[in-house]
Write a protein that binds this ligand. Structure first.
Ligand code: ATP
Ligand code: MG
Length: 494
């Protein structure tokens, strides 16, 4: 999941989950408390009213008796001096957690619950202090909280009197307090739960891949390029892990290439020194032979000098080939590409080669299956070098026996394929994959008297690659070898 969607989801969870859970918690607690209020005070009302204004609901319990008191106070207040009437009123309130209190002047002359009255006397409003708009009574907080309704009147002797309907809310208040505490606890719980869930989620989705990345960078810092990591490309941090992994692979490849290059350079220096040392040793030996008088006849001296000359020539050829190879290998070879007509080009080539091969007792076959107007984009001189090198090898490895060389040209779509087949000694299977490596010479060739540096096919391969072509070989020991290469067709066709 993308970081953006993740943050959006986190926002939704932070807002929606607590609201949802708190609604459930409030609903459950409210219903539970409302039930218990209903059961305790035997009232029926809907949950919201019971919880939002329980005192008003409770005041309903005593509404009937209180209305009677109000009427009596207006029409026949003397009734309040009749104990029987007061007892009747008090009995009416029994079972409703309520009782009657009567005050004459400053003296309380009647109480339905003496004990509670003693504790609460000071809370009772004085004559005339009770507001008539307090229809539902008013709440008095104290040791035993209660709901109070008051009616003032005058006794027959003119003394100020007040009659009170007192409703105990002892049980109700702790219940409301408990509800508030439960609600606060559930709020804290819900918030902690949401935060916890989010922290785990964020840890898993953000911190974990970051830790993985951290471990990978540490490993890389210590030079360990094999520490591989995985990431989910669907999210940004996962994508970062994937990119990091690609960077690690690339870096590893680059280092491997560099190491291989260093290895190759060492090998190259060792090969060059070896290949130069052989003719130099020979030259030194023959020169010493002349100087020490070992070559005592004119004939011998002439032979020694000729050998020195040949070896010097070999060295010169080797140095030339080396300098050409290093030029081509460093990509400093200037190619002159042109659109060459394949048919004309090979016809000229074949004419030159035919003479040579005839002398060497080698039969030569040339087959061009392409359109005669076909052109390829190539450097004519370098292409000649390629053909000469391959044919040179064929001639060298056919040896003195009667042989055959066959050149075939085929159209293979975007490219033309040229194959040069010979009936020479062939190449052993184990050597075949390496013949295009520089300085590589198969054992059979190295042990023979046939000269060579092993650079010929390496040069050929590089030239073909610089022409955007490919080169490969097929061979069977004792039967012969075929070298294939491709050249890109030129767009221009006559
Ligand atoms: P150079 O071409 O530098 O004088 P070379 O001919 O030995 O020396 P390459 O042309 O690079 O080197 O060939 C590499 C090796 O591949 C040869 O030494 C030989 O063992 C083998 N090889 C190449 N062409 C043929 C062939 N036509 N028949 C048999 N072996 C071959
Ligand atoms: Mg060669």
């Amino acid at each position: 999941m993308k970081l953006k969607s993740r943050l959006l989801t986190a926002f939704l969870i932070i807002t929606a989950l607590p609201i949802f859970l708190i609604t459930i918690a409030v609903g459950t607690i409210a219903r539970y408390q409302a039930n218990s209020i209903e059961q305790t005070y035997d009232v029926k009302s809907d949950t919201i009213k019971l919880i939002s204004n329980p005192l008003q609901i409770l005041s309903r319990l005593t509404r009937g008796v209180y209305n009677e008191i109000v009427i009596t106070a207006v029409h026949s207040p003397e009734k309040f001096e009749d104990e029987k009437y007061i007892n009747y009123l008090n009995n009416e309130l029994k079972g409703k957690y309520s009782y009657i209190v009567l005050r004459k002047g400053d003296n309380f002359i009647y109480s339905g619950d003496e004990e509670k009255l003693d504790n609460n006397k000071s809370y009772f409003p004085r004559y005339g202090e009770y507001k008539t708009d307090m229809e539902g009574g008013f709440y008095v907080d104290g040791k035993n909280p209660f709901l109070l309704k008051q009616q003032d009147f005058h006794f027959t002797d003119g003394t100020e009197g007040s009659i009170f309907v007192v409703t105990d809310v002892d049980t109700l208040v702790p219940q409301i307090k408990a509800s508030a505490i439960q609600l606060a606890c559930s709020l804290v719980f819900v918030v902690m739960l949401t935060a916890g869930v989010l922290i785990i989620w964020i840890y898993r989705s953000i911190l974990r891949p970051l830790n993985t990345l951290h471990a990978a960078t540490d490993a890389m810092k210590e030079g360990n390029l094999d520490y591989s990591i995985e990431g989910d490309p669907e999210d940004e941090i996962g994508q970062l892990c994937v990119d990091f992994e690609e960077m690690r692979i690339r870096l590893k490849e680059l280092i491997e290439v560099r190491l291989k290059y260093e290895e190759d350079t060492k090998e190259l220096i060792s090969n060059i020194s070896h290949d130069l040392k052989t003719p130099i040793t020979a030259i030194k030996g023959y020169a010493e032979g002349i100087m020490d008088g070992v070559a005592d006849t004119q004939e011998k001296q002439a032979k020694y000098i000729k050998t020195i000359y040949t070896k010097a020539n070999d060295m010169s050829a080797l140095v030339d080939e080396l300098s050409f190879y290093s030029k081509i290998d460093c990509n400093t070879m200037p190619y002159t590409f042109a659109n060459i007509n394949l048919h004309d080009y090979f016809s000229d080539c074949i004419e030159e080669l035919n003479l040579d091969l005839e002398v060497k007792n080698i039969e030569f076959i040339y087959e061009n299956q392409t359109d005669h107007g076909l052109k390829v984009s190539a450097d004519a001189e370098q292409l000649k070098r390629v053909i000469n090198n391959i044919i040179g090898n064929s001639v060298k490895y056919i040896g003195s026996k009667k042989g055959l060389i066959k050149i075939q040209i085929k159209d293979i779509g975007e490219y033309v394929q040229i194959s040069i087949e010979d009936s020479g000694q062939g190449i052993a299977e184990k050597d075949l994959p390496f013949i295009f490596d520089r300085f590589y010479r198969a054992d059979a060739s190295r042990n023979s008297t046939k000269g060579g540096t092993g650079l010929g096919l390496a040069i050929v391969k590089k030239i073909i690659q610089d022409h955007m072509g490919t080169i490969w070989a097929e061979s069977e020991e004792g039967k012969g070898t075929t070298i294939y290469f491709t050249l890109k067709k030129s767009k221009e066709v006559i």
